[in-house]
Write a protein that binds this ligand. Structure first.
Ligand code: NAD
Length: 499
C-alpha cells in the first residue's frame, strides 16, 4: 500500500531532499501503517542547525512588539484549527477526540502566556548604585535551542517549549516523537502563516541519531526534553557534558491517597478518570491508589462499577472514551504487566485483556485493568506501566501512605482525597513531589505556574513553562554604567567600591 511521507521542516518550508532512513507511523486504532516519517542524519541536523543559527542573528534583535504580534496571530490560528490538530493527534496517537481537544487547549494556554513576554522578560534597573553609576540587568536569548518530545502529547508538550523559547528571542528546533510526527509539521505551517521568519522554528524528525547530533552540536545552546526517565537522564548527562543548559523531564508513578473520610463517589470518579484517560499514557496519570484504613473496601467496588461502563474504541468515533495504545509492542508490554501482577499475587478486579473492539480487530486496544492488594515489591507497583492499569495498595495509616509516596524514586504528581483540611495541609507540606492535587487527581499547573516533578521525574534546575521557562530560555546580563564625567578621572588600582 502506498503511504504518505512526513518530512522535516527547515528554513521555513518543507525539506525537499529524500531521506535515507524512515520510520513507520501507525494508526493505532486500525493497526495499519499510514505514513512513513523521515529520520534525520547528522548531515541534515547540521543543515537545520545552520539555518536556525543564521535566523537567530536577526530574530534576537526583532522588537518585542513584532515577536508578540506573531505569537498572537499563531494563537488565533491554533484556536481556529484546533479540530484539525485534534484529528491529526487522534489518527497517530489514538486518544479520543475530546481528550485531543483538551490537549490542544492546554497547549494554547502556554502560547497565550508567551504573548505576555513583554512583561515576563523585563530586566531590573538600579539608579546610583555608586555615585552617578547605574546598574541594570537584561534577559537575552540563548541562541539556538532544541526540544525533544514524547509521543503521548504530540501537540501540547512541544507547546510547553517553543512559544516561550521563540518569544524570548531564540530560534527553536523541535525533534518530535517519531511515532506521531504530524502535529509538529502542522504547527510549523501555522507559525509560518502567522508571520514567523524562516529558520526560527524548525522540525527535525528522527530517532537517537538526530538526538545525539543535537546533543553534541556546538551551536545548540540548550535542550528541553520530555520523555522517559532513562532517556531524560541520558539527555541531561550528555547535553550538560557538551556545555548545554538542559531541562529533562522524565517518567512517573503517580499515587492518589484516599483517606477514609473522603467522598468515595468523588474519589472513584477521579481515580477512574485519571487512570484510564488517554489509555493511561499520561505522565500525570494516576497509577496507584493508596487506600488508607477501610477506604478500599468502599472504593474498589465503586471503581469497578465505573470501569465496567467505559467505552473503549476508535478515538474518532463518537462515544469512545478510551482509545488504543500507541503501538503493538507497547500494548503487549502493558498486557504482560497485567499477567505479571496476577502471577505475583495481586487481585485482578477488572480484566481488560480480552477486550475486542468491533471492526478494529488489528487495533492496539487493551481494556482497563484494576488491581487490588498490590504490594510495593510487585513489578506493577514499581514500574511505570504507561497503560490502562491501576493498582490499589492498602495501608493502615496516613503515615504509612506518605512514607510510601516519599520513598518512591519518581515524584512527578500526587493527589490526596479527603474532607479534612488539616490533613490536606499537612500532606502538601510533607509530600516530596513536584505537583500536588488536593481532591484534584491530575494537578497539571496552569501556564503561569511551571510544570515539573522532583527526583527521577526531572533532571535539571528548571521546571518547564511559566516563569521557569522564561528563565530557562534567557540568560541574564548585568550592566554597570557611568557616563564620562571629568571628576572621575585618574588611575585607581583598588577594587571598585560603592561610594
Ligand atoms: P521516550 O523517552 O521513549 O522518547 C522521548 C523522546 O526521546 C522521543 O523524541 C524519542 O525519539 C527520543 N528518544 C528515545 N530513545 C532515545 C535514545 N536512546 N536516545 C536519544 N533519544 C531518544 O518517551 P516516550 O515513550 O515517547 O514517552 C513516554 C514517556 O514520557 C513516559 O515515561 C512518560 O512518563 C514521559 N512523559 C513525561 C512527561 C513529564 O512531563 N514528566 C510528560 C509526558 C511524557
Amino acid at each position: 500500500m502506498a503511504t504518505k511521507t512526513i518530512g522535516h521542516w527547515i528554513d521555513g518550508k518543507p525539506y525537499e531532499r529524500a531521506a535515507e532512513r524512515h520510520g513507520d507511523v501507525y494508526n493505532p486504532a486500525t493497526g495499519e501503517v499510514q505514513a512513513q516519517v523521515a529520520f534525520a542524519t547528522p548531515a541534515v541536523v547540521d543543515e537545520a542547525v545552520e539555518s536556525a543559527a543564521k535566523a537567530s542573528q536577526t530574530w534576537r534583535s526583532v522588537s518585542i512588539a513584532k515577536r508578540t504580534k506573531v505569537l498572537f496571530a499563531f494563537r488565533q490560528l491554533v484556536d481556529k484549527h484546533q479540530h484539525d490538530l485534534a484529528r491529526l493527534l487522534t489518527l497517530e496517537h489514538g486518544k479520543v477526540t475530546g481528550d485531543a481537544l483538551g490537549e490542544v487547549n492546554r497547549g494554547l494556554e502556554v502560547i497565550e502566556f508567551a504573548c505576555g513576554i513583554a512583561d515576563l522578560a523585563k530586566g531590573e534597573y538600579s539608579e546610583n548604585v555608586s555615585t552617578e553609576v547605574d546598574s541594570y540587568s537584561i534577559r537575552q536569548p540563548l541562541g539556538v535551542v532544541a526540544g525533544i518530545t514524547p509521543f503521548n502529547f504530540p501537540a501540547m508538550v512541544p507547546m510547553w517549549m517553543y512559544p516561550l523559547a521563540i518569544a524570548c528571542g531564540n530560534t527553536f528546533i523541535l525533534k518530535p516523537s517519531e511515532r506521531d510526527p504530524s502535529c509538529a509539521n502542522f504547527c510549523a505551517q501555522l507559525l509560518a502563516d502567522a508571520g514567523l521568519p524562516p529558520g526560527v522554528f524548525t522540525v527535525l524528525h528522527g530517532d537517537k541519531v538526530a538526538v545525539d547530533r543535537l546533543l553534541e552540536h556546538p551551536k545548540v545552546a540548550a535542550i528541553s526534553f520530555v520523555g522517559s526517565t532513562p532517556i531524560a537522564q541520558y539527555i541531561y548527562e550528555t547535553g550538560t557534558r557538551h556545555g548545554k543548559r538542559v531541562q529533562a523531564l522524565g517518567g512517573a508513578k503517580n499515587h492518589m491517597i484516599v483517606l477514609p473520610d473522603a467522598d468515595m463517589e468523588l474519589a472513584a470518579d477521579a481515580a477512574v478518570s485519571a487512570a484510564y484517560g488517554s489509555a493511561g499514557e499520561r505522565c500525570m496519570a494516576i497509577s496507584v491508589v493508596v487506600a488508607v484504613g477501610n477506604a478500599a473496601d468502599r472504593l474498589v467496588p465503586l471503581m469497578k462499577e465505573r470501569i465496567a461502563k467505559l467505552k473503549v474504541g476508535d478515538g474518532l468515533e463518537a462515544g469512545s472514551e478510551m482509545g488504543p495504545l500507541i503501538n503493538k509492542a507497547h500494548r503487549d508490554k502493558v498486557a504482560g504487566y497485567v499477567d505479571q501482577g496476577v502471577a505475583e499475587g495481586a487481585t485482578l478486579v477488572s480484566d481488560g485483556r480480552a477486550l475486542a473492539v468491533s471492526g478494529r480487530a488489528n487495533g492496539f486496544f487493551l481494556g482497563p485493568c484494576l488491581f487490588d492488594h498490590v504490594t510495593p515489591n510487585m513489578a506493577i507497583y514499581k514500574d511505570e506501566i504507561f497503560g490502562p492499569v491501576l493498582g490499589t495498595t492498602r495501608v493502615a495509616t496516613y503515615d504509612e501512605a506518605i512514607k510510601l509516596v516519599n520513598s518512591n524514586p519518581y515524584a512527578n504528581g500526587v493527589a490526596i482525597f479527603t474532607n479534612d483540611g488539616g490533613a490536606a495541609r499537612k500532606f502538601q507540606h510533607e509530600v516530596e513531589v513536584g505537583m500536588v492535587g488536593i481532591n484534584v487527581p491530575i494537578p497539571v499547573p496552569m501556564a503561569y505556574y511551571s510544570f515539573g516533578g522532583w527526583k527521577a521525574s526531572l533532571f535539571g534546575d528548571h521546571h518547564i513553562y511559566g516563569r521557569d521557562g522564561v528563565h530557562f530560555y534567557t540568560r541574564t546580563k548585568a550592566i554597570t554604567s557611568r557616563w564620562p564625567d571629568p571628576r572621575h578621572r585618574g588611575v585607581d588600582l583598588g577594587f571598585p567600591q560603592n561610594r
